[in-house]
Design a protein around this ligand. Sequence first.
Ligand SMILES: *Cc1c(COP(=O)(O)O)cnc(C)c1O
Length: 383
Amino acid sequence: MTSSSVWPARLHEAAAWRRAEGLWRERRTLQAGLIDFAGNDYLGLKGDPRLAESQAAAAREYGSGTGASHLVTGHLEVHETLERRLAELVGRPRALLFSTGYMANLGTLQALCDSHTLVFQDRLNHASLIDGAGLAGARSRRFHHRDHDDLERLLCRAPPETPKLVVSDGVFSMDGDVADVAALAAVSARHGAWLMIDDAHGVGVLGARGDGCVGRAHGHESVPILVGTLGKALGTAGAFVAGSEALILHLMQFARAYVYTTAQPPGVAGASLAALDILAAEPERRDRLRRNISYFRHEAALMDLPLTDSFTPIQPLILGAGARVMQWAARLREAGLLVGAIRPPSVPRGEDRLRITLSASHSTTQLDVLLDALSRMQRKLTA
Ligand SMILES: *Cc1c(COP(=O)(O)O)cnc(C)c1O
């Protein structure tokens, strides 16, 4: 006789719990025709034909896949060039490609930390940073969001000989506000801690050359570990860690998410190179994005929408707990607009929000459609 498995009941119970909380997540196939205010394609590069052309050309030259990890036979000239260009963009000696940002964070934290390491994380850090410290078996301390006094207090309590790592998002993915990198670097330095910034939403968007909120403004002496991703503003996929030669060599040896995975398809690397060319050649995309952000915020303020003080393309409208965000998002969809409805556990309880993201590719007319729809919903709810 076989004993009955506990697994079906466990799955059922977990699903029932999530539904009861009103937090069941569903995915939807992206419908053509909707105006996208939910993605992270801040510069409008993901549909650019020049990226597609480079992708095809690299696939023709090197093949559609790599067939092996970077340390076996998967590392190609196109990856080498891309790493060099990325290091140059952010003003670091070297960069190392990872398949995704999630893996870059897991691999880096696992390679640097162990159970003797203390990791200090902003409360609102991305899930991959929290998970990476967990995977490493490191103890994490969370400091209040962007509160450097709180961070300092926690650092003071740590034994001086303990290896310490301070970790923060650059641009916070659900809030759009930006870490005070200079302050984090100063506090970290005072306590002999290394600083790691995940600039997934800053690279391509912020900085004088689209080098992000760290980039060339803060060198690798003050921010030794910089993570950037290619799937957001750069319109492709993958990620990189940038820093000193010693850091990159260490990651190549010890980051399991680097060592034990197939290298990025050459087409993706080729498309990323095209994205970097466009980033350098067309600064007007960043100007256009900045104008769209100012316009949206100006008009939304006139309508008394609950804006936060984000000056990045991530413009959350925090609506509070309950089904309201789902209802707003559904109405907006009926009006032809795709907007993210973000609920716990992606954000703290009670801070459910519409996550509106702006892009250089949005026209003023499209922004007006969004503002009109928001204004109609606002009136209905306050009527
Ligand atoms: C999106 C994101 C990641 C993950 O990057 P992927 O390439 O999508 O895996 C990591 N960190 C932050 C802050 C992000 O927003």
